[in-house]
Each structure stands twice: as structure tokens, then as C-alpha cells.
Write a protein that binds this ligand. Structure first.
Ligand code: PHE
Length: 453
């Protein structure tokens, strides 16, 4: 089937542009918050190893699959699957992706809003206004959540409105290097503080006895979320990719950047916790495990920043929350781009109008969550823990058994002459047909059983 490349659809301007945009999608709250939290939750370095295996054995092959489908068809997920298969099976995968994208964005915006609100919380704490500081720092403060959720959505829509190369590519080209700079600068500083050495030791020395079924499930779920897989973000980004770019190579870069940034985010957060311990801050919960999740990012770390004190403490805390916010922004634009590209392609609506319509619908759900943050867990369970592996599983089955790997390899030949003879490509095809579906199915069924139990 010929690729339909309407000039209005847009393409990435440069090779690096795609890699940065896709890495921007991948690197987000999942890396800087989710991953260190999972490490803290699952006994440190043992988790890192299993996570690496999940990213390489399942994440990378699925990412290559998504980008290939996107570039072949030059369409949004619904249009892409529809054009490769007239039976209707494919379209379901596309619609499921669009739905998951919108619902993940809804809770993602609320959490992203917290990071922005914490910038103000820290400023007011520093200036001694404890009342305002508490208002901005209260996570279940509905009106405050609503305001910051709307602000974050406006940023996201603003970038999306600029189009593919003028908006997404331009923004990520600036934001990603900035993000890496803040991260590295903070790590260097934390390493100079007392206690960090113990944190590094805890972080990199694995205790293999801690590897369990639950740990593997968490690692796989984290891999899908962190690599932005299973809901068509990379089909969409792949649809803007030029034919002369090597898909295998680009996907590998994106995966390596995502794993790398998660790893160094852990190198910031875990040692920072031990620095906090050294300063008398409680970093273990009642169960004796490291404090994780919400409390880790919004309680333990701010206490540490407070202990550092003075303008330096303020500067570091603002940098940290800005870092989280920036990482979230380059991901939220990809979450919104999926349904927006669907509306543009399939319903012939102009980009600006499409982003306002879809943005409005997502905002409706995000505002409900803003006033009832208990809903975040439910959304995570359905659309993230079930939704993404299910989307990934269907994508593998579709590519391997409906569209067929031979056709995909022909597409891979663009930008990678000789792909059909490459053993890496052959291995990939085998993984997509057999290994990935089996591994994802095991994880998927176990996750569902755990959730309904
Ligand atoms: N990968 C993003 C993160 O790590 C989240 C995301 C999931 C973005 C799915 C797009 C699609 O935070």
C-alpha cells in the first residue's frame, strides 16, 4: 500500500528531531518519579536488572513495531491499523490506544500540576508564609489542582498547536537538553553531601533474593509506561518520520535514552534519600521499606531541600520540581498528539480546532480527578496497568500474524538497506511473533488476576 503523505500532515525536520521528540515522550514522570519509586519499593538494584531485561526483550521490539506501523501508513493509530487490515480487528487496537492516551493524559495532567504547584509551595515556605505554602502543597486541594491542571493543559495544547516540527520538535529540542542539564547538575551536588555514598551503594548493589513475581510485573508495567508503548504514541510519532531514517537505530537510541535517564534519575533520588536519612529525616515507612511514591517526591525530598536551607535549598528544590514538570510536558504533548492526530486525519478537522476539542474532553476528566485524587489509582489500574500491555500485546499479534513481519521488514528496508538479511531484524521478527506475545500475555493475565482478586 502506498504511503499517503499529505503535505499538511507534517514531518520531523531532522533525524535528531524525531529521536528527541520520541525520547521526550518516553522520558517523563515515569522516569524521574515512577522509576525511583519502583526501585525504592522493590528492594533496589534487583529491580533495575529485571527492568532492563523487560525494556530490551519486550519494550524495544514493541517500539520498533509501533514506529514501523506508523511510518508505513503515515497515519494516526486508528487510521494506521485500518489501512493495513480491513477486518476491523486493527481499528479496535487504534481506538483502544486513543482512549488510553486520553485517560492517561487526564491523570498525568493532575500529577504534572502538582509539580508546578510545588514550585510555589517551596517559594512560600522559603518566604515564611506557611499558610500559602500549605495551600499549594496540599495534594487533595481540588481548586488548586484544577487551576494547575488547566495551566498544564494550556501549555500542552500551545505546543501541539505549533504542529509537528514547529511545535513538538522545536519544544523538545530545547526542553530535553535543559532537563538533562538540571538532572546532572543536581546529581553532582547531591553526591557532595554526606550519606550519598550509602545511597549509591544501596542503588547499585543488587540483592537477587528480592526478585519475585510481583517485582517482574511491576518492572514490565513500568517498561511499557516509561517507553510510551501500547497506546500508539510511537505509531503517531513514527507517522511523521521520513523514509530515509533508520527505524531500528532510532528506536534503539530512544530506548537507551529512556533507560539512561531513568537510571540517572535513580542516581539522584535514592542517594538523596540517604542524605536525608543522614540528616535525621525518616526515609523508611512503618513496614521498614523505603518510603516511596507520593510521599517520596512530595514529603521526603522537600524536607531534604529544607534542611539544605537558604537560597541554595530553594534553588535546588525549584530546579527539581521544574525538572519533573519539564519531563512531564514533553510526555503530555505526545499523549495529546495521539487523539489529536486521529481527529485531524479521520475527521478532517484542522489542528487548532482538533486540539481544543480533544483537550476539552480530556480536561473534563482531569478536572473530575483534580477534585477526587483517589481516582488516580483507578485510572492507573485500567488504562496504564491493563491498557498499555493489552495494547502492546494486540500490536504484536497484529504485526506478527495479520500484517505479517515480512511486510514490516520491507518497510524497515527504507533507511536500512539490507534489513531483510540483518540478523538483528530476523531476531526482532521472531520476538514480535512469539516471545513478546507470550511474555506480555503472562504479565497481562497475572496483572488482571491480581487486580480483581
Ligand atoms: N512515558 C511517559 C513517562 O514516562 C508517559 C507516557 C505513557 C507518555 C504513554 C506517552 C504514552 O512519564
Amino acid at each position: 500500500m502506498a504511503t499517503i503523505e499529505t503535505p499538511s500532515r507534517g514531518t520531523w525536520n531532522s533525524k535528531l528531531g524525531f529521536i528527541l521528540a520520541a525520547a521526550g515522550s518516553a522520558v517523563g514522570l515515569g522516569n524521574i518519579w515512577g522509576y525511583p519509586t519502583q526501585v525504592a519499593d522493590n528492594g533496589g538494584a534487583a529491580f533495575i536488572l529485571v527492568y532492563l531485561v523487560c525494556c530490551i526483550l519486550v519494550g524495544l521490539p514493541v517500539m520498533i513495531a509501533e514506529i514501523t506501523i506508523g511510518r508505513k501508513t503515515g497515519k494516526n493509530p486508528v487510521g494506521a491499523f485500518k489501512s493495513l487490515d480491513s477486518s476491523g480487528f486493527g481499528a479496535i487496537i487504534g481506538y483502544w490506544g486513543v482512549l488510553c492516551g486520553m485517560m492517561i493524559l487526564a491523570f498525568y495532567l493532575v500529577i504534572s500540576g502538582w509539580t508546578l504547584a510545588y514550585v510555589f509551595e517551596e517559594i512560600f515556605k522559603y518566604s515564611g508564609n506557611s499558610e500559602l505554602s500549605a495551600w499549594f502543597g496540599q495534594l487533595d486541594n481540588g481548586p488548586k489542582n484544577a487551576i494547575f491542571t488547566i495551566v498544564f493543559m494550556l501549555f500542552t495544547i500551545g505546543i501541539i498547536n505549533g504542529g509537528v516540527s514547529g511545535g513538538i520538535e522545536r519544544a523538545t529540542k530545547v526542553l530535553m537538553p535543559f532537563l538533562i542539564f538540571i538532572l546532572v547538575a543536581m546529581i553532582i551536588y547531591v553526591f557532595t553531601l554526606e550519606g550519598s555514598a550509602e545511597g549509591i551503594r544501596q542503588y547499585v548493589l543488587p540483592d537477587f533474593s528480592l526478585i519475585s513475581g510481583d517485582l517482574i510485573l511491576s518492572a514490565m508495567g513500568q517498561a511499557f509506561f516509561s517507553l510510551s508503548l501500547g497506546m500508539g504514541a510511537l505509531i503517531t510519532y513514527g507517522s511523521y518520520l521520513k523514509k530515509n531514517q533508520n527505524v531500528m537505530e532510532s528506536a534503539t537510541y530512544v530506548t537507551v535514552v529512556d533507560i539512561g535517564i531513568a537510571f540517572i534519575a535513580g542516581l539522584l533520588v535514592i542517594p538523596a534519600m540517604y542524605v536525608a536519612l543522614n540528616q535525621g529525616i525518616m526515609i523508611f515507612g512503618a513496614d521498614g521499606d523505603l518510603i516511596s511514591s507520593v510521599a517520596l517526591v512530595f514529603t521526603v525530598l522537600p524536607q531534604l531541600f529544607e534542611n539544605i536551607g537558604g537560597p541554595l535549598g530553594l534553588f535546588i528544590s525549584i530546579s527539581f520540581f521544574l525538572l519533573l514538570g519539564l519531563a512531564a510536558l514533553t510526555s503530555s504533548i505526545s499523549l495529546l498528539e495521539v487523539p489529536v492526530s486521529y481527529v485531524i486525519d479521520e475527521h478532517g478537522i484542522k489542528r487548532k480546532k482538533a486540539s481544543l476539542i480533544v483537550g476539552g474532553i480530556v480536561l473534563f476528566f482531569a478536572l473530575i480527578i483534580s477534585f477526587d485524587i483517589g481516582l488516580i489509582d483507578i485510572f492507573v489500574n485500567i488504562f496504564n496497568e491493563i491498557g498499555l500491555p493489552l495494547g502492546g500485546l494486540m500490536t504484536c499479534i497484529f504485526l506478527g500474524w495479520v500484517w505479517k513481519t515480512g511486510n514490516a521488514i520491507t518497510e524497515l528496508e527504507n533507511g536500512m538497506p539490507g534489513a531483510a538479511n540483518s540478523s538483528f531484524v530476523k531476531l526482532w521478527a521472531f520476538f514480535i511473533m512469539y516471545i513478546c506475545p507470550v511474555l506480555i500475555s503472562i504479565v497481562f493475565i497475572t496483572t488482571v488476576l491480581n487486580l480483581i482478586r
